[in-house]
Design a protein around this ligand. Structure first.
Ligand code: SAM
Length: 209
């Protein structure tokens, strides 16, 4: 997906992926990562997700990365949060009490930016990327985050020939192939339903690298 696709989507105000409530898979399965609660959590392709507020409320420090300045501005205004603007080598952004929000391309994020990150929360991030970008996304994450990083990753699988993404179909086999060399991958939840007449399965993975 080109950056303009996302900028246009935010400008149009039609952001169907945004959830007005915390994600239930996050609140139900985050404890499976077995964290203390104070660790820094990376939220790639974060949009204006309320899940970042939930993670911060648990005591985590959140590092969100998002292409759209509008998304981050809406996150602040809609949640009545005050923040200091920051300027970074490759990003502009905001510093909040328990959160750093970087505005720019995720693929420019460095290991230095991710110092102390112990976990990743991926909801609507890997599935937002077309097939050729997904391997690059995982390779980049793995290259900037140390071994031992834990992931909560939510994906969905459906017949891609019947519907075009995003969100794209990222079936279990692909998740297992992308993370083939990790310590463990556990599918902790799976639910199937019909979406616009097409069967769809949503899955939640806990990954220990
Ligand atoms: C499907 S949305 C999901 C947002 C959020 N994770 C959520 O659950 O609401 C994907 C987001 O990724 C952002 N995005 C796409 N490509 C990106 C990139 N290369 N770097 C940073 N953000 C990107 C888009 O602007 C969009 O807000």
């Amino acid at each position: 997906m080109q950056a303009n696709f996302w900028h246009d989507m935010w400008a149009s105000g039609v952001v169907g992926f945004h959830q007005a409530e915390m994600n239930a898979f996050l609140t139900d399965y985050w404890q499976k990562l077995d964290l203390k609660g104070s660790e820094k959590v990376l939220v790639p392709l974060c949009g204006k997700s309320l899940d970042m507020l939930w993670l911060a409320k648990q005591g985590h420090r959140v590092l969100g990365v998002e292409l759209s300045q509008q998304a981050l501005d809406e996150f602040l205004t809609e949640n009545g949060v005050t923040a200091q603007p920051i300027q970074h080598a490759h990003y502009c952004g905001y510093e909040l009490e328990n959160m750093t929000l970087l505005c720019g391309d995720f693929f420019r994020l460095s290991a230095e930016d991710c110092q102390d990150v112990k976990a990743v929360y991926d909801r609507a991030a890997i599935v937002a990327l077309p097939p050729e970008m997904r391997a690059r996304y995982v390779t980049h994450l793995r290259s900037i985050l140390p071994k031992g990083t834990r992931y909560l990753m939510i994906t969905m699988a459906y017949d891609q020939s019947r519907v075009s993404g995003p969100p794209f179909s990222v079936p279990e086999a692909e998740v297992r192939q992308l993370f083939s060399d990790v310590e463990s991958i556990e599918k902790v939840h799976e639910v199937s339903f019909e979406h616009k007449g097409v069967p769809r399965t949503e899955m939640v993975f806990v990954i220990q690298t």
